[in-house]
Structure formats: C-alpha cells, structure tokens
Design a protein around this ligand. Sequence first.
Ligand code: HEC
Length: 291
Amino acid sequence: MKKIIIAIAAMSIAIGSFAAFASPKSDLNAMRAYFKKKFPKIKLDQYKDGIYALDKDRREAWKDWMDFAPPFTDALDMGKKLFNKKMKSGKTIGSCFKRRGIGIRQNFPYFDKNKGRVITLEAAINDCIKKNGDKPLKFGKGKLAAISAYMASTSKGKKINIKISNDPRSLAIYERGKRHFYSKRGQLNFACADCHISNAGMMVRGNLLGAVLGQTSHWPTWRRKWAAKAAAKGKSGPTSGLGTLHRRYTGCNKQVRAKPFKPQSDEYTALEYFHAYMSTGISVNGPGLRQ
Ligand code: HEC
C-alpha cells in the first residue's frame, strides 16, 4: 500500500504556480485553467458531484443510490425541526440569519469585518444557539450537521459565492488556508494538493481521487463509511452517516498519518475559506451522498 502512495507522490508535478504570492482571483483562474486542461470534457458545475463527475460507472451506481432512497432523508427532517424549534429566548435559528436562514448556504464561510474572523455556517448556527440561551451543539456531526444539512438543502442550485475582501485580515486567513492545502504533512508527507490537484482522476489504495473544484459544494454529506462506523458502535440513528466538511478534513489528514485539527478550529476554518473560494460559481448540492 505504502509503496503505491509513494509512487504516486513521486509522479506529482510541480504546481508551484498556485503557491506563489498571487491574488485569490488569479489563484482561482489558474486552478480552473489547470482542470480545464486536465479534464477538457468536464464543465465547471459538474465538479459538484466529486468523483462521480470523473467516472461514468461510479456515477451510474451513485445516481441509483441517490434516486432510490437517499439515507439522509430522516436527518433532513430532523434538521428542519431543530431549525424551526423555539429556543429559550422564544426565537428560532432563522432569526440570526439574513433571509431567515433560507437559501444562504452559498455565502458561507464569510469574513466578518467587526469580528475580524471568518465565520463558517456551523459556527454561526452554534453562536445563534448560544445567543438564544440554548446549549451549543457538538461540531462535526449529529444535530448540528442535521441543521446545517437542512439549511444547505434550501440553497440547492445556488452558486457558491465566497468573498475574499481586501482587508488584510481576510487575505491572511485565505493565505493560511491555502498554505494548509499545499503543505506536505504526516508520515506519508502528502499535501491535499498532491491528491486533489496533481493526482485527481488517479487511483490511490483502490480509491479514485476527486478534484479540488466543487469539493465544498455538498456538505454536510452522508457517508457509507461513517454510517458503518456508527453501526459498529451500536449508534445507528437518523444522523449516523452525516458529517460536516471539517469532519472530512479530519479523515484526509489522518489518511496521511498527520494529526488532525479539531472541527471549527482556526486552521480548518482558514482551510475552508480557501477551499470554498476555489469552488466559486459551482452549485450548492448538499446534503451529499458518498462512500
Ligand atoms: C493520500 C491522498 C489524499 C490526501 C493527501 C488528501 N485526500 Fe482528500 N480524499 C482522498 C480520497 C481517496 C478521497 C475519497 C475520494 C474523493 O472523493 O476524492 C478524498 C476525499 C476528500 C473530500 C470529499 C470529496 C467529496 O466529493 O465528498 C474532501 C473535501 C477532501 N478529500 C479534502 C481534502 C483536504 C482538504 C486535504 C488536505 C488536508 C486532503 N483531502 C488530503 C485522498 C486524499
């Protein structure tokens, strides 16, 4: 196994042009141009389907699964109920958001000028819950992921629209996220970019590697792997296969035997800011369904 990974690493080509001091806009253009050349037949919006945009057979099987009985239906119902539930203050979660929280997923994460921080959707939901006198929820999965999934579902088809402002603090967070994406880490010494840019479309340990474009479009996602893990612990339930983007980051860090960060840590928030910006213009289609 290890040998295969190392061989792939050696095949990685230099992608240094992305890593130079460039504006977010030129990073985005370079990334799109790179993939246009690599996969000329794939249109930008198709990347929202991850590996299923790259492989026809996998796509057919995935579509059947999605059309037949998406396993996240109960989680979505639960998320909707929690979203509309009155908190201690008597208000609902929608009260904390623009347009009462409906159809806004595409604008997250965003840079908050007053706070000087990047705010992810999950952080905003938990801030709202705290502000209204209820107990904050655990990040990464469970009820919080269910609420986030419901909110994402109300944005289906809207184009991801992330703004990196000229505020140096916003740019610094973007740069931190970008650095994370391009830095080699873990015992296997792999960067996100090695797997999801240079080797996208190739196989590693029996898995087809997806492209970075569109990777943030469909969160939270129901994964067979997560559902199986919960079942093995006797914890099957409506949200058992559901996880947030930061939960997925944890898995990809562990895959290269690097120590993962915590969901909603500054590091993963910065990574999401860069990562989501690279999906600009691609449709929201969460919650997603993956292996
Ligand atoms: C050793 C290779 C490898 C590295 C390094 C790696 N990943 Fe992954 N990643 C995978 C594989 C395999 C999958 C599952 C197939 C797919 O969807 O691409 C995956 C899936 C993902 C997904 C889910 C895609 C979807 O459509 O649901 C995201 C998001 C992701 N990776 C982000 C990252 C980030 C961010 C990093 C760096 C912290 C990273 N990955 C590093 C191998 C890797």
